[in-house]
Design a protein around this ligand. Structure first.
Ligand SMILES: [Zn+2]
Length: 212
């Protein structure tokens, strides 16, 4: 799932955990994505592209078994819950953070191509419903609808809704091949893709946090 809608997920978690500072939740929903950015920068995880990037399905998250495998994400969720709830004795925060990390796994499984491994060092099978590659327009509608639903459930301001809608619309060229955009520049430039996603993570988390 794209950054703005992972960030929007923090809103529904915050709704259930009113006493937990939203900063904890914002970091949790994107924790594994930030790890993915770091591991791509240092060359441990890899991203590749087709000869031309026409839409999101032409970008392949070809190797990311540490940041985006089922075992590491579930494991990190449990570990975070355990350390924060039991170690630091902050029960509510631990639970909210655990759910935040797990939400990223669920949302990515729905949208991604079959690129999520069971665990590091296990070749196959891989998981992902494949919406991005096979049904990009429904995927876009699902993303913008989901982001809006998060806002609605939270009961956010008009400015917050505008941010969610605008960032989703800005992603439209990634879903529809016919719409031109900066995507052509991403061909064979995995670190540009990483940087683009990193900036989106930081900006969307900041805006959702400030306007929540
Ligand atoms: Zn992800």
């Amino acid at each position: 799932m794209f950054a703005i809608n992972h960030a929007a997920t923090a809103l529904i978690i915050k709704k259930g955990f009113k006493d937990v500072p939203i900063l904890w939740i914002l970091i949790s929903v994107q924790f594994m994505e930030l790890l993915w950015v770091f591991l791509n920068y240092i060359g441990i995880e890899r991203t590749t592209t087709e000869k031309e990037v026409k839409y999101v399905g032409n970008i392949h998250l070809s190797y990311m078994p540490f940041s985006h495998s089922i075992l590491t994400m579930v494991g990190m969720s449990i570990l975070a819950w355990f350390v924060i709830s039991k170690g630091l004795d902050k029960l509510e925060i631990g639970l909210a953070v655990g759910i935040g990390i797990l939400s990223h796994l669920v949302l990515d499984l729905i949208t991604h191509s079959r690129d999520m491994a069971i665990s590091p060092f296990v070749e196959g099978p891989k998981f992902g419903l494949g919406l991005y590659a096979n049904f990009p327009v429904p995927a876009f509608l699902l993303e913008i609808g989901y982001g809006t639903a998060c806002w609605w459930i939270y009961g956010g301001s008009k400015a917050l809704l505008a941010v969610i809608i605008l960032f989703n619309l800005a992603n439209l060229p990634m879903f529809i091949a016919a719409i031109p955009g900066a995507k052509q520049k991403m061909t064979n430039r995995p670190l540009l893709i990483t940087s683009f996603i990193f900036v989106q993570i930081v900006v969307t988390l900041t805006l959702v946090g400030l306007l929540s």
